[in-house]
Design a protein around this ligand. Structure first.
Ligand SMILES: [Cu+2]
Length: 155
């Protein structure tokens, strides 16, 4: 009887411990990702079976410190962070390792400027209505992710 109680006691202690661990970790990253507000996410696709496309959105930093976007991941091709620059009438794209969003600021990914570049696209995006993109962010303490549903706007 005592042994059974001891075993049961240990089991419940372990269970409580496991539950605490599994709740502690997501709570922190949840709080971090809540500091970001992402609006108007969409992917502009031109034509059928396009091999490349661009993603746009507005990221607002509601937190108390700088947050950096360092990667975007989709399941239909490779992604990069780009900005566009016009020089002597020629528009070229520049690869970025990071995009900083200063505290209290909004950073707009818009046509002709910042964008998520999708290349080597493996499916006909023009047939999709939405695509999930995983955005990876970091601040001075940690890194965290946010999955955003991007509306596909095909032309
Ligand atoms: Cu680009």
């Amino acid at each position: 009887m005592f042994i059974t109680n001891l075993k049961t006691g240990c089991f419940f202690l372990l269970l409580i411990f496991i539950i605490q661990i599994s709740f502690d970790v997501p709570k922190k990253s949840f709080a971090q990702s809540e500091q970001l507000k992402i609006t108007k996410p969409y992917i502009k696709v031109i034509g059928k079976n396009a091999k490349s496309a661009a993603g746009y959105m507005v990221i607002e930093n509601l937190g108390g410190e700088k947050i950096t976007l360092f990667e975007a991941v989709g399941d239909f091709g490779f992604t990069m962070l780009h900005t566009s620059e016009e020089k002597d009438g020629v528009v070229s794209m520049i690869h970025l390792d990071n995009v900083d969003i200063e505290k209290g600021k909004k950073v707009k990914f818009v046509p002709g400027g910042l964008h998520i570049m999708f290349v080597g696209i493996t499916e006909d995006l023009s047939k999709a209505s939405k695509k999930n993109i995983l955005l990876k962010f970091k601040n001075s303490e940690t890194s965290f992710t946010k999955t955003i549903s991007f509306e596909v706007k095909a032309k």
